[in-house]
Design a protein around this ligand. Structure first.
Ligand code: HEC
Length: 141
């Protein structure tokens, strides 16, 4: 009887583990390289300002708010372009954000999903990519 309870507990533990793994964060399901955000960038006003300018110039047409030059086209994207003011972007792994900005829709599963997210890896430097990631995490609230 006692042994059965322990087995049931172990089973419950694994079931919960799987449930948490699946519900946790959708972005964790895809595999992306580990990277460390440059130290102090989240508090560096100059770098954050550069990130903001890059965002307004290259991203706001799809990801911005209406007053930031968001295009009418953005309403028809499927999957939609996320709103980075959403609080969960503050907690998201910066390495994931970096990687998504770098590769955009060029890889699976995003390509098959019909994503229109451009890949910026060829157009921006590593420093610029981190400036944008830092800005996105500060923008989220
Ligand atoms: C042509 C419209 C368009 C532009 C321009 C664009 N994006 Fe996107 N982006 C999308 C769409 C649509 C998605 C959702 C589909 C996907 O994940 O690929 C997306 C997804 C993302 C994601 C993944 C978010 C998540 O929750 O997984 C990040 C990060 C991102 N974009 C950052 C940027 C940044 C930074 C720029 C500017 C350098 C940018 N995007 C420019 C359309 C765009």
């Amino acid at each position: 009887m006692r042994e059965r309870t322990i087995k049931q507990r172990i089973l419950l533990f694994f079931v919960l583990l799987i449930v948490f793994a699946l519900c946790g964060c959708a972005e964790e399901i895809v595999d992306y390289p580990a990277r460390t955000m440059p130290d102090g960038i989240l508090k560096d006003k100059i770098q954050l300002k550069s990130g903001e300018s890059l965002f307004m110039d290259k991203c706001a047409s799809c990801h911005g708010k209406p007053g930031e030059g968001r295009s009418d086209r953005a309403a028809f994207f499927e999957p939609p372009a996320p709103d980075f003011t959403d609080a969960h972007y503050q907690r998201m792994d910066p390495a994931y954000l970096y990687w998504r900005i770098e590769v955009g829709k060029s890889i699976e599963p995003f390509r098959t999903q019909g994503s229109v997210m451009p890949a910026w890896g060829m157009h921006l430097t590593e420093q610029q990519l981190w400036q944008i990631v830092a800005y996105l995490q500060v923008r989220a609230h």
